[in-house]
Design a protein around this ligand. Structure first.
Ligand code: COI
Length: 371
């Protein structure tokens, strides 16, 4: 398959991997040796290639910089017996195209996404950390490359993937502020797309919350400021009275791949999972009745991030301590996903994909040259 796309590979003269302190890798700051690039010329995806990671030359008139045609994905690779494996890469390829459609960008063939991704991860496999809670984070992105700035849908685009080793996104449980002034997304908007603007718009409320001592904001719906949405970096799950509840994806929140995986796992373990609207009043009510047992965020970067407390106006809802006794659901999910990615659990739902399973390395050998 990789051959079908004739991916040209130019390797870096020397790997930087030996200069990395794998015990100390702040999220997003360490980037691996190579990146995959393919360009859209207005009609076709052309010139797929792997190159040493390097800066891009961008015109100040670049359309993405002005009007935000920029989308991305986030997924992870780990190693099983020394072989790189990807977690639900096909689902990420599909979701990228859902975001692309909403942002009026071209569809990228899923096979091209997967072929480029597998080659890249295989090539940089020495960058994949092997301890539990660590992984190679993969950042696919697509952005407009037209260089004239009248407001329009760009004709040309670039798709790019780069990677970097990461540890836990939130090293400790997070405390959340229920945000009722700013909103993340409204019906008919772009809340479901993984587009750059959603993250840009979240920064001011997040910084304000941080100044007041909160790690993140819990977004409410845009109309009634009543229904819980997501945290921005992750979807939310609540455990109440033994049932697991996650806010419904009604068009304003991201359809998380981790969210989907957790729903599937929990159902297979016999839990009742309710995928529905849930109001902050219902959560507070459960808290006062003593039936709010757990709250955690779920995301690729965050995996499971336990919530220590939620502040809603002047009320602070304090969740139980984080251990297997008090948080059986969140801790079991986290342990299972981490173990699955290391090959220590049976891959019942076929979520793992090996990188070197389709002649990928042969294609690399054929076309390899060094920068
Ligand atoms: C992810 O979980 O991969 C995300 O994209 C959220 C954030 C790190 C931007």
């Amino acid at each position: 398959m990789a051959g079908k796309f004739q991916i040209k590979v130019t390797t870096s003269a020397e790997s930087r991997v030996h200069s990395v302190d794998f015990q100390n890798i702040p999220f997003g700051k360490v980037i691996s040796d190579h990146m995959f690039i393919v360009d859209y010329d207005g009609e076709n995806w052309v010139d797929p290639r792997i190159e040493p990671f390097q800066k891009l030359e961008i015109s100040p008139a670049n359309l993405a910089l002005h009007y935000g045609q920029s989308i991305f994905e986030g997924l992870k690779a780990t190693k099983i017996k020394g072989e790189p494996v990807l977690f639900r890469a096909d689902m990420h390829a599909r979701r990228l195209n859902v975001s692309a459609e909403r942002m009026c960008m071209p569809q990228l063939p899923e096979e091209l996404f997967l072929a480029g991704l597998k080659m890249l991860v295989e090539l940089d496999k020495d960058w994949i950390p092997e301890e539990e809670d660590f992984a190679l984070y993969i950042r696919p992105m697509m952005f407009a490359t037209d260089e004239y700035f009248g407001v329009h849908a760009s004709e040309k685009y670039r798709f790019l993937i780069f990677t970097g080793p990461v540890g836990p996104y939130y090293p400790k449980p997070v405390n959340l502020w229920v945000e009722e002034v700013f909103t993340r997304a409204a019906q008919g908007g772009v809340g479901e797309a993984k587009c750059a603007g959603n993250y840009g718009a979240s920064l001011l409320p997040a910084v304000r919350a941080k100044k007041n001592g909160y790690d993140q904001v819990m977004w409410m719906d845009a109309v009634e400021k009543k229904y819980v949405q997501e945290v921005g970096t992750m979807n939310l799950f609540f455990v109440m009275d033994g049932k697991v509840i996650t806010p419904a994806t009604t068009g304003t929140i991201l359809r998380g791949v981790t969210r989907d995986s957790f729903i599937t796992l929990l159902k297979s373990w016999g839990y009742t999972v309710e995928d529905r609207l849930i109001s902050i009043a219902e959560i507070a009510d459960a808290y006062w009745r003593g039936t709010l047992q757990e709250c955690f965020g779920a995301g690729t970067a965050a995996v499971v991030s336990h919530v220590s407390d939620i502040t809603w106006r002047d009320r602070k809802l304090e969740l139980p301590p984080v251990d297997e006794t008090h948080r059986p659901v969140g801790t079991r999910l986290k342990k299972y996903i981490n173990r699955l990615r290391l090959g220590l659990e049976h891959d019942e739902f076929h979520w793992l994909q090996y990188c070197n399973n389709s002649g990928v390395m042969e294609a690399i050998q054929l076309e390899m040259e060094t920068a």
